[in-house]
Design a protein. Structure first.
Length: 82
């Protein structure tokens, strides 16, 4: 009989980076646009006592630096990394 070799499903572990940011609510569009552009997933949206948007963004480690740059550019530097 023929031997059928089944390859086990390969699990690729992609290192992730999580960043939590705070910015004026006016910048929320820029934050979500930058996240989407670099495959970031946002969660835990809340508003702090200054009425700023706080949100966590998880992205692939390899996109982390470019995402951070895009967030700073998109908010014209009006962003805090918590």
């Amino acid at each position: 009989g023929r031997l059928v070799l089944r390859s086990a499903p390969v699990e690729v572990h992609v290192p992730k980076r999580t960043m939590r940011i705070a910015t004026r609510t006016a910048n929320s569009g820029a934050v979500y646009a930058a996240s989407a552009k670099f495959g970031g997933v946002t969660s835990g949206e809340s508003y702090n006592d200054r009425g700023e948007l706080e949100v966590a963004i998880v992205c692939d480690e390899e996109n982390g630096d470019r995402l951070k740059e895009a967030l700073v550019d998109g908010t014209r530097g009006g962003i805090m990394f918590l």
